[in-house]
Design a protein around this ligand. Sequence first.
Ligand code: HEM
Length: 108
Amino acid sequence: MSIVKINVLNVPAEQREILEKRFASRAGAVEGSDGFEWFELLRPVEGTDDYLVYTRWRDEESFQAWMEGPMKQAHQGGEAGSERPKPAAAGSTLWSFEVVQQAAPKQG
Ligand code: HEM
């Protein structure tokens, strides 16, 4: 079964809009990465102030390959060669999970 990697972003209230704008103009490179299965940016509503960047992958190797290559470009931000903008997040933590069970709605 797949694996889940969640990047937890601590985002000060005044930086939220900036963070969401940056994701709105994200590279879109992850979609083309071998073994990539799903991405969601989760905005906190209750119980936490942290944003979650949810990603699901076929296996650990696929995630590592993305981390070593496309991930770096996807996190450059701004124009090529320009200064990297100040990060919108004040901190981050990477969580790793294995999918143990999953379900999807019945078709028809
Ligand atoms: C070092 C801490 C990190 C911070 C502060 C951060 C923050 C961000 C931000 C602001 C963006 C929007 C694009 C940009 O402006 O760069 C982005 C894109 C993204 N981040 Fe991170 N990130 C970090 C590390 C990670 C890690 C470890 C993962 C692994 C799950 C991850 C998953 C993603 C994905 C999937 C995208 C979209 C890339 C695409 O569209 O191709 N990030 N991140």
